[in-house]
Ligand binder design. Structure first.
Ligand SMILES: Cc1cc2nc3c(=O)[nH]c(=O)nc-3n(C[C@H](O)[C@H](O)[C@H](O)COP(=O)(O)OP(=O)(O)OC[C@H]3O[C@@H](n4cnc5c(N)ncnc54)[C@H](O)[C@@H]3O)c2cc1C
Length: 376
């Protein structure tokens, strides 16, 4: 495993790999090394030694850190100043901010605050040519050049080794209140989430745990939260009176939604990204085949466990205008089913051209996604 301490050492590692025809698998905490095809013939390039905060300006709500800094460390530092990442990144212990950005991770508040790509202001990295480059800026207002920070979010280590990242922060809401309706049927749970999102109540997050709970979260200052709570309870009276939970009481319910944590760990886990209005209809045939799920982002994100039926899962997601990612599965299944939803031919050709621009010889192509046997 390569463990460089700076960009210059990464450039050297990339140059050696290019010269020797080796492939490099970039990683931070490697907590998702089991994502995608197994048995990749690649040398690991760990960002673990590129760790630490470079600059943090609480007054400007901007932070620059090395990409291998753990989420735990970052969250602790910004929380001590009453701030946080509005997109609520999450991951297993050891997850790094570079891994979170490359995996395009966001938590429950994504539905109201946007995703990681809405909060990454800039980055520095090393391309597949072995060259250091910068994109974006350390200020919120920046309008020059291509918006490369958007491109690296969800790039899964295929474009660039991020070495430094600059992110926007927000003050932590002083109050977080969760309204919880117990035991609503699926149709009612989805309808409630949809109606809540359309109310002038600035809903922060909305989730449905089938058979258990439908959750609506309100973030903000006390009097504002109280007024919005009263409004929502009246507007959603047809679903019954909800319980009101404080942040600590509600934490277990929200944690159950993250990464499908509430679901049995044995069957393959899928992550479906769907238009909320179509989500329930899209998954109903999958539930009839034994699927279990939890819904987050007001129905826009479905974590589903179901053995077999891979083609049906992908077809249902596609027909609804969404896509299905194979988030967790045995190695045998990951060897034959691409983790990421196959793209339409035109989009796939475009993605390939973008990858070639950053990585002409395919040094970051490890065949993890079963769509890149050779760099052309
Ligand atoms: C579909 C999906 C499923 C998930 N499932 C889980 C889960 O089951 N459990 C869980 O805890 N979290 C899960 N997450 C959350 C997420 O994977 C982690 O929070 C985060 O990616 C882990 O950070 P890491 O440093 O360990 O990443 P790693 O596992 O090291 O890397 C993740 C990806 O990011 C790339 N990468 C890492 N660092 C860099 C860098 N500096 N520059 C460029 N690319 C980089 C890697 O090549 C890899 O493709 C999931 C996210 C998604 C989108």
């Amino acid at each position: 495993m390569h463990q460089p301490r700076n960009s210059a050492e990464i450039c050297g590692i990339v140059a050696d790999a290019l010269a020797g025809g080796a492939k490099l698998e970039i990683g931070g905490g490697f907590t998702r090394a089991d994502f995608g095809a197994p048995n990749r013939a690649a040398e690991r390039l760990s960002l673990r030694n590129l760790s630490g905060i470079i600059e943090y300006d609480p007054a400007e709500l901007v932070l620059t850190a090395r990409a291998g800094t753990t989420l735990t460390e970052l969250n602790a530092v910004v929380a001590a100043r009453g701030q946080g990442f509005a997109f609520e990144p999450w991951g297993a212990a050891g997850s790094t901010i570079g891994g979170v950005i490359a995996a395009g991770v966001a938590g429950a508040r994504r539905v109201s605050a946007g995703s990681v790509r809405d909060h990454l202001l800039g980055f520095e990295g090393v391309s597949g040519r072995g060259e250091v480059f910068k994109a974006g800026a350390k200020v919120v207002k920046n309008v020059t050049g291509y918006d490369l920070p958007k491109l690296v979010c969800g790039s899964w280590g295929r474009l660039v080794v991020m070495t430094e990242v600059t992110l926007k922060l927000l003050p932590r809401p002083p109050e977080r209140l969760t309204l919880l309706w117990r035991g609503l049927a699926d149709e009612a749970g989805f309808a409630l989430m949809r109606q809540a999102m359309h109310q002038p109540a600035d809903v922060a997050a909305a989730a449905h745990l089938p058979g258990q709970a439908t959750l609506i979260r309100l973030d903000g200052f006390g009097p504002s939260v109280a007024a919005r709570r009263a409004h929502l309870i009246a507007a959603l009276a047809q679903y019954g009176t909800p319980e009101a939970l404080g942040e600590a009481e509600a934490a277990l319910f929200w944690a159950a939604c993250l990464g499908g944590a509430a679901l049995a760990p044995e069957p393959p886990l899928w992550r479906l990204s769907l238009p909320p209005r179509q989500a329930l209809a899209a998954i109903t045939p999958l539930l009839a085949r034994g699927g279990q799920y939890v819904a987050d982002w007001a129905g826009g994100l479905i974590w589903l466990t179901l053995a077999g039926h891979e083609e049906t899962i992908r077809a249902q997601a596609e027909q609804a205008g969404g896509h299905a990612t194979l988030a967790r599965a045995p190695a045998e299944m990951r060897a034959r089913i691409p983790a990421l939803h196959p793209q339409a031919p035109g989009i796939e050709a475009l993605s390939r051209r973008v990858r070639r621009a950053f990585d002409p010889l395919g040094v970051f192509e490890t065949n993890r996604f079963l769509d890149e046997p050779n760099a052309d």
